[in-house]
Each structure stands twice: as C-alpha cells, then as structure tokens.
Design a protein around this ligand. Structure first.
Ligand SMILES: *Cc1c(COP(=O)(O)O)cnc(C)c1O
Length: 429
C-alpha cells in the first residue's frame, strides 16, 4: 500500500469522503486520491515522492506556477506583521485600486473569502438594486455552493429550478430559472415570460465547469443586449476566467461589459480570496453605505491580500506572459486536437490556457452535449496519465489549466503520454 493510500484510509474516518472538497475525490475514476505533499513550478509531488506535471494548478490560482518566490516572500513578510486585524488596512485599498484601475467594468469592489461568497453576494446586490427576485443561470454552469445556485437542469428552461442537492429547500431555488448555455432563445423566452421579475443573468463567460465550453459568437453580446433591454443586471462569473484569458479577463477578451463581475481563484494567488465588483451605482448599495448587508470577519485578510496583490502585480506588469501562455497553450491544445481527430471518438474544446478533452464523437457546446462523454474511458485516461506522471482533474467535466511556467518539454511529454493512451485504448464505440 502506498503512503497516499494509507493516509486516505485514515482520512475517510474523519473527513467525509476523505476530502475537503468533492472535486478532490478520485471516486469517479475508480481510484483514491494522491495525497500532495508539496509543489513547485509546474510539478506536484505526492506523499510517495511521485512527481506529476500539474494541469489543475489548484483549479486555476497557480497561473504563475507553484511556490512562486515573489508571492511566497510577500506572504512571509505580511505574516510577520500579524495574521489578521479585523480592521481596515492599506493593502486592501491597494488591491481594490489595482483592479478598478485596470478593469473598466469594475468601479468599486468588495473582498470576500471565496468564489461562492462572491457570487452569493453579487446576486444579493443585483436583487437589492432591481427590487426583483428571479435570477437566470445556465445549466452546467457552476457558481459555488450557495443554496439558490445549486440548480442544474430543472425540468426544462421554462420551469423554476429543482434543488440539485439534499438540504436545499424548494423555497431557496424557486426563483432560480435555468437556460441553456450558448442558446440565446432560451434566455429570451424566460425574459418574455417574466419581463419585470428577473433581477440578473449570471454566466460563466467561458463555461469551465462542464468541461471547457467557449461561448458561441454573439452569445455574450446577446446576453448584454437582453439584460439592458429588460433592466436586469448582467453578472460575469469570472472566478476562473478573471486574470486568466488576459489581465482584464473575459470582459476585456470578448469586449462585453457586464454590470457586475465575481472573482476568486487567481485573485488570491493561492490564498482563500474572492471578490465582487462592478458599477458604482450598484456597488453603492452594499453595507455600510447601502441597504444590502454583506460582511466577513476575515475578508481582506492581510496575508491573503499580500499573496493576491503580488500575483496580480506580476500579471499586470507582464502582458507578454499572457502572450506566451496563450501561444504555447494554443499549440498544445491543437496537438491534442489532432490526436483526438485521429482517434475519432474525442473532442478538444479550448480557449487560451483552458481546455478539455471530451470522450465523445459529437461537438460539445452545452451541458447536454458534454454529458454524452464516455466517462469510463475518461477514467481509464486519467489513471493512465497519473501513472505516467501527468496530473489531470479526476473527473471528465473539469478544465485543464496550463500555467505560465509549463515548459515546451513538459507540454510535449504530456502530448506523448496522451497519444500512447489514445493508441492503446480505443474506447467501446
Ligand atoms: C470555483 C468556482 C466558484 C466557487 O469558488 P470557491 O472559491 O470554490 O467557492 C464559483 N464560480 C466559478 C465559475 C468557479 O469556477
């Protein structure tokens, strides 16, 4: 038995499933988690001293690679001055200013501790601002685990959502309407049905929680148009895309300006940070200036801010890092796509440094088409990759994240291992 397996055996006695977030479980690939001991650059090392080229990057935050020296030093320095004050600090102002100066859609911003909190708060503000109760989300988009957002399919786009989790009351989700990603008609018909009741539309501008599904041409523009026309707030959930596609995230990349943006993941540099911001007119409703209550004992924590701001400054000051990240990722995913074409039973979706290999022969444009993937073959693929030193998400419906420190050799090695798998495992067509 490996050390990872021993630790896992103990873990399940004390932690549900042995993990503190379900995406870390290896159940869907029929295996047990590799317990990670440390990480550096593009590598993860487990408790058995196995080394992996990492394509999770802590689910996005580690865009500069693991254990970046500058970020670490900033954390050490901040920690030496005290871990938390529960009082206002200068570094929070610097963080807010840095973001507001560079992201036109963000005029004011509030720090929280996770993406879940950011989204939950942004929706509360959108409801406070519009005085309306209903929200529209897209099937297959993930916006954290708050009650009202744990709704995926419901029974068709025209009905109110069914809770996706035990413990979520029907009351909590009755105002959550679901539409189909990349399908503007499904959104328009909800607006037509409830023209004066919809507070906001929330969307992942690039869906990355059903595997990666980029927006079709005109989709985000169409959402902007519909929200403006029906006086609803457009929220881009940029917890993954923020500071990832380019410094300005999806709103800059696609040139569409939402009313509110939520952040997480990269914004904290690996520490627990989330944020929501947007139009001043809307953000002014947040307590203590306005009537929408939202608070946090550890929000804007000085150590977390030190990590976040150091990472964001590096990213802001080096646009060329994005250019080379996007170029090498493009080549990498193209090569993967060529393998997929030869195979005939898989697809690659990608944009910038985000991508997914789906084991299906049909194009993936939304949740329904993503779901047609052969998850058993994904499980064999993922285990094969792990056994050959490549760490992928242990589930089909997650993104691959390439970082700025992945080298050409590491990317090529990954392609070689993927090719070996695809040649040796033809799936059960
Ligand atoms: C990860 C994620 C969240 C939730 O963030 P947490 O920090 O895990 O709470 C919300 N929205 C999107 C798009 C995400 O990918």
């Amino acid at each position: 038995m490996t050390r990872s397996q021993k630790i896992y055996e103990e873990a399940v006695n004390y932690i549900p499933g042995g993990v503190n977030s379900p995406v870390r479980a290896f159940g869907s690939i029929g295996s047990t988690p590799r317990m990670i001991a440390r990480a550096e650059g593009a590598y993860l090392y487990d408790e058995d001293e196995n080394r992996y080229i990492d394509y999770i990057g802590s689910w996005g935050p580690m865009i500069l690679g693991h254990a970046n020296r500058e970020v670490l030093e900033a954390v050490f320095d901040a920690a030496a001055k005290g871990l938390s004050f529960g009082a206002a600090t200068a570094i929070e102002v610097e963080m807010a200013k840095l973001i507001c100066e560079r992201i036109p859609a963000v005029e004011m911003i509030r720090m929280v501790n996770s993406g879940t909190e950011a989204v939950m708060s942004a929706i509360r503000v959108a409801r406070g601002y519009t005085g309306r109760e209903k929200i529209i989300k897209f099937t297959g988009c993930y916006h954290g685990h708050s009650d009202g957002l744990l709704v995926k399919a419901g029974s068709g786009a025209m009905t109110a959502g069914q809770p996706d989790s035990a413990g979520v009351t029907a009351g909590c989700t009755k105002d959550t309407l679901t539409a189909t990603y990349n399908d503007l008609d499904s959104v328009e018909s909800l607006f037509a049905q409830f023209p004066e009741e919809i507070a906001c539309v929330i969307v992942e501008p690039v869906a990355a929680n059903m595997g990666v599904v980029p927006p079709k041409e005109g989709f985000l523009e169409g959402l902007r148009y519909l929200c403006t026309r029906y006086h609803a707030v457009l929220i881009f959930d940029e917890v993954i895309t923020g500071f990832r596609l380019c410094f300005g995230g999806a709103s800059e990349y696609f040139g569409v300006r939402p009313d509110l943006i939520t952040y997480g993941k990269i914004i904290g540099g690996g520490m627990p940070v989330g944020a929501y911001g947007g139009k001043r007119e809307i953000m002014k409703l947040v307590a203590p200036v306005g009537p929408v209550y939202q608070a946090g004992t550890l929000s804007g924590n000085p150590v977390a801010m030190a990590a976040g701001i150091t990472q964001l400054r590096i990213l802001r000051d080096h646009p060329e890092y994005y250019t080379s990240l996007n170029e090498k990722s493009e080549q990498f995913f193209r090569k993967l796509q060529m393998l997929a074409q030869t195979d005939g039973n898989c697809q690659v979706n990608h944009i910038g440094s985000l991508g997914s290999l789906f084991f299906t022969d049909a194009q993936v444009t939304d949740y329904e088409s993503a779901k047609r993937s052969d998850t058993d073959r994904y499980a064999r693929y993922c285990n094969f990759m792990l056994d050959h030193g490549i760490y992928l998400a242990p589930a089909q419906f997650e993104a691959m994240f390439v970082s700025m420190v992945h080298t050409q050799e590491q990317l090529d090695e990954t392609i070689d291992v993927a090719a070996d798998f695809l040649y040796s495992d033809k799936g059960e067509a």
